[in-house]
Design a protein around this ligand. Sequence first.
Ligand code: NAD
Length: 505
Amino acid sequence: MLDTNLEILNQLLPSLKKNGIQNFIEGERTAAISGDTFDVHSPVDSEFITKVALSGKEDVDQAANVAQKAFESWKKMPHQERRNILYAIAAKIEEHAENIAVLESYDTGQPIRFMKKAAIRGAANFRYFADKVIDAPNGLSTPDTHHINYTIRQPIGPIGVITPWNTPFMLSTWKIAPALASGCTVVHKPAEFSPITADYLVKLAHEAGLPKGVWNVIHGFGETAGKSLTEHEAIKAVAFIGETTTGSLIMKQGATTLKRVHLELGGQNPIIVFDDANLDRALDTAVFMKYSLNGERCTSSSRLLLQKKVYDEFVKKLSQRVKNIKVGNPLDPVTEVGPMIHPTHQEKVLRYGAIGEEDGATLVVGGGTPDQLKKGCYVNPTLFIDGAQNMRIAQEEVFGPFLTVIPFETEEEAITIANSVRYGLTAYIWTKDVGRAHRVAQEVEAGMVWVNSQNVRHLPAPFGGVKYSGIGRDGGEYSFDFYMETKNISVALGDHLIPQLGKNQ
Ligand code: NAD
């Protein structure tokens, strides 16, 4: 199976190397106006993959103006027609799922075992939001004595979509599908570390019949191309996924043009395991939610809060499981953890090994890099126990295969520890006590809580964080609230009283 994936990669790489990746504006591949490019290397083996257009303000200007022009016709396209184009994009993604998975895996280091599903989930996002196209403009009827009031939803305008490097394909579809379903047009700026599948995806969408100018992609760095996009007058809203500090910058940058912003940011999420839980299933969840997707996952459970009665036994089993995790080439289906996205991120994750020891936690598994993998950005899956809430490894987002275990005695203590971080994206609660499950779920500061479960995404349910983890919600109706404006229309039913100023003079 590794051979099959390498074969696919070897078929796709030569044209990527030869042609590079350009911007995609008004249905055409377009070099950056400056002619500048930057190189992308694979985290798997540090090999050069391709040259990518390095866009500046003038490229963003061109793409945003195109998106503004295309908005006039896209928003008026009959709903059935728009819906059918989104269905066709979903079908194209499914047809190309294998190529997408291999490219994503080689570009990001994410194990192929998860990337196959990510491509299929991308198609599911398009299909789900296509199903909703016809109802999206629906609003409320709020009758009054002398007026009938009703609301409709209308697309807000061109959207700037800015995405990160972790699972970039799936996350792009998560933003772009509802934007297009709403009738908005898009300028997408993918992360500079992982631009490849964004380019693949926009081309598939045009093969599926998307009109030119509706979806444009500009490549480049956040501080330049990304910043210009958030400042552009024609862009009405910014859908952003990335770090908390970048989210804060985006709010500032967009303030002058009164941008609507939706921010999906970082996390330092707890999994709380009480002593009455199904401990085998809780163990599966703790390992999966931290070490899947290389731990480069916003919803990962980075702090395991363990009740003292079961602490020693649970830690023993957990250590064994983490030791067993298979690190290797992400294109190999047996691999469970692949390389970190980039040498700078590899260094960051490794640094937290030293920080954990300085903090006084106990390293029981991992730290450092695997002996057998000298090329590429690999790190060993790492487990610290005897952590405490004030430690940096329990406060900061490491964003790697790195778990910190913290003991607790009582329910109140577990809640205090869980809430003692600036983030609030997800929480996972394990207990058989129904009352306690509800109590803790209500007290814990997070946008999403799973009880006796790993993260299982349900597309109509709201997705998003509180505190420094974000502003706004995605999913179902929540997505349409962001990409559309609600307009109230009030119609008089008869000759109601209108004050007659100036009549008697
Ligand atoms: P990042 O913030 O460094 O970059 C994200 C994107 O923002 C990139 O495309 C980058 O080029 C762009 N950017 C950077 N500076 C910018 C600026 N000043 N103006 C406009 N755009 C700018 O994030 P990252 O390192 O690529 O991704 C990892 C982070 O994303 C983690 O913190 C993770 O938790 C978060 N994330 C959150 C969610 C969620 O749903 N909450 C999902 C996935 C990832």
